[in-house]
Design a protein around this ligand. Structure first.
Ligand code: NAD
Length: 394
C-alpha cells in the first residue's frame, strides 16, 4: 500500500500539483502558487486565572491575495501547526476562487486547548492574539472568521480589540460576528446551508432521492450539527453522529467514533478535521456519496481509492464554501452599513453554490476527471489568471 500523506500541507501541495499539471501551468506560476505569500508566527503571554503567565504560539498565514484581500478562519486547537495553517490558507485561496468571490486565502490558529481555559482566559488569549496579528489583519487586507473551536463571541472580542486600537468601530475586520455588532443573518448556518445545496446537486447527479438516503455525520460542532439538521429537513435520515468524545449510532446508542466513518450509509459527511479518510480505511467506506464539510478530511491516497471504487466526493473547497460566501456578504454589508434579510442571503448563497457545483461538474466532465479536480481546475485557473495579469513585481 502506498504511504498515506498525513501532513496537510503536503496534501494541499499534491492536490495543487495535479491541477497545475493538468492546466499546464508555467514554471513561474507553479513556483508562486506553491508557496504562501506571508507567514507570521507569534509567541505571546496570557495571564491565567491563578496569576501565572503562560506563553502561547499562534500563526497567521496568507497564501495568495491577487484576487482580493486575504480571508480565512482562526482555529484554536492543541493540534494547530504551521503546516496545517499553510494548508488551510492555500485551500481558502482555491475556495474563494471556485465560488468566484473576490478574496485571497488566509488562515490563522493558536496552539491551545480552549476546553481547558476559563471564559476569562479565553477572552484574554483571543484579544492578545488579535493584537499580535493586527499588523496583518484589516478590512482591506485580511479578514478572519471562525473555524474549529472559535465562535461569534470570540469574533466579537477580536473585532472589539482591533477597534479599540483604532479608536472607532471597524466591524468589517472580521466576519462570523454576532448580529448585534454587524454580523450577518444566516452566517451561523452558512457553511451547513452550502453543504445542503451541494448535496442536493450531487444527489441529483447520482439520481438519489433524499428520502431514500441515510446519512452519517462526523463532528457535531457548527458545521456538523447544522448540516445534520438541514439534511434531515431535506428528507434524509441521519443514522449516526459523533464528536471528539464519541458517537451515537441510530437510537441504540452504540459507542463508536472512528468506525463511524465505515458505517453503511448513502451519504457520509466528515465535518470535523483533516486526515479522516486515509489509505487505511478508504477501502472500508460504505457510502455512495461523501460531502467534505471539513477541510482536508481525505488524503490523496484515500482519494484515489475512493474514486476507483466509484464513490463520489464533493470536495472541501466546494462543499464548505458556503461559510466564506456568507462571510463575504457580511463584509460587504459592514462596509456599506446596509443589511440584508435572511432570505436574500440564503437565495444568493444558493445561486452561488449551485453555480459553483455545476461549473465544477462541467469542468470535470470536460476533462474526464472527478469533481475535486473539476473544482481545482476552475479555481487554480482563476487564481493563476489574476496572478499572471498582475505580473511579478517589480
Ligand atoms: P467546531 O469547533 O464548531 O466543531 C468541531 C467538531 O468536531 C466538534 O463537535 C468536535 O467535538 C468534533 N471533533 C473534533 N475532533 C474529532 C474527532 N477526532 N472525531 C470526531 N469528532 C471530532 O468547528 P466547525 O466550525 O464546525 O469546523 C469543522 C470543520 O469544518 C473544520 O474542518 C473547519 O475547518 C471546517 N469549516 C468550518 C467553517 C465554519 O464556517 N465554521 C467553514 C468552512 C469549513
Amino acid at each position: 500500500m502506498a504511504i498515506d500523506i498525513v501532513n496537510p500541507y503536503d496534501m494541499a501541495i499534491a492536490q495543487f500539483d495535479e491541477a497545475a499539471d493538468r492546466l499546464g501551468l508555467s514554471q513561474a506560476m507553479r513556483a508562486i502558487l506553491r508557496k504562501p505569500k506571508r507567514e507570521l508566527i507569534v509567541n505571546f503571554p496570557v495571564r491565567m486565572d491563578n496569576g501565572d503567565v503562560e506563553m502561547f504560539t499562534g500563526y497567521r498565514v496568507q497564501h495568495n491575495i491577487n484576487r482580493g484581500p486575504a480571508k480565512g478562519g482562526i482555529r484554536f486547537s492543541p493540534e494547530v501547526s504551521l503546516d496545517e495553517v499553510r494548508a488551510l490558507a492555500m485551500w481558502m485561496t482555491w475556495k474563494c476562487a471556485v465560488v468566484g468571490i473576490p478574496f485571497g486565502g488566509a488562515k490563522g490558529g493558536v496552539i491551545c486547548d480552549p476546553h481547558k481555559l476559563s471564559r476569562n482566559e479565553l477572552e484574554r488569549l483571543s484579544r492578545r492574539y488579535a493584537t499580535e496579528i493586527s499588523i496583518l489583519i484589516g478590512p482591506d487586507s485580511d479578514i478572519p472568521a471562525p473555524d474549529m473551536n472559535t465562535n461569534p463571541q470570540i469574533m466579537a472580542w477580536m473585532m472589539d480589540t482591533f477597534s479599540m486600537h483604532k479608536g472607532f468601530s471597524i466591524p468589517a475586520v472580521i466576519t462570523g460576528k454576532p448580529l448585534a455588532i454587524g454580523g450577518s443573518e444566516g452566517r451561523l448556518e452558512a457553511t451547513a446551508r452550502g453543504v445542503q445545496f451541494v448535496t442536493i446537486e450531487a444527489m441529483h447527479d447520482l439520481r438519489m432521492r433524499p428520502e431514500d438516503c441515510s446519512v452519517v455525520v462526523q463532528g457535531f460542532g457548527n458545521v456538523g450539527s447544522i448540516s445534520a439538521r438541514l439534511l434531515i429537513e431535506l428528507g434524509c435520515k441521519v443514522v449516526a453522529v459523533s464528536d471528539i468524545s464519541g458517537g451515537v449510532y441510530n437510537v441504540k446508542g452504540i459507542d463508536i467514533n472512528s468506525e463511524l466513518l465505515e458505517l453503511p450509509c448513502e451519504v457520509l459527511v466528515p465535518a470535523a478535521l483533516e486526515n479522516q479518510l486515509t489509505a487505511k480505511n478508504a477501502s472500508r467506506i460504505r457510502a455512495r456519496l461523501i460531502i467534505e464539510a471539513a477541510n482536508g478530511p481525505t488524503t490523496p491516497d484515500a482519494d484515489h481509492i475512493l474514486n476507483d471504487r466509484g464513490i463520489m466526493i464533493v470536495p472541501d473547497i466546494l462543499a464548505n464554501a458556503g461559510g466564506v460566501t456568507v462571510s463575504y456578504f457580511e463584509w460587504v454589508q459592514d462596509l456599506q452599513r446596509f443589511f440584508w434579510a435572511e432570505h436574500e442571503i440564503n437565495d444568493r448563497l444558493e445561486s452561488i453554490m449551485t453555480r459553483a457545483y455545476r461549473a465544477s461538474r462541467v469542468k470535470a466532465d470536460e476533462q474526464d476527471t472527478n469533481l475535486r479536480m473539476g473544482s481545482y481546475l476552475l479555481a487554480v485557473a482563476r487564481v493563476a489568471e489574476a496572478t499572471e495579469i498582475r505580473g511579478v513585481y517589480p
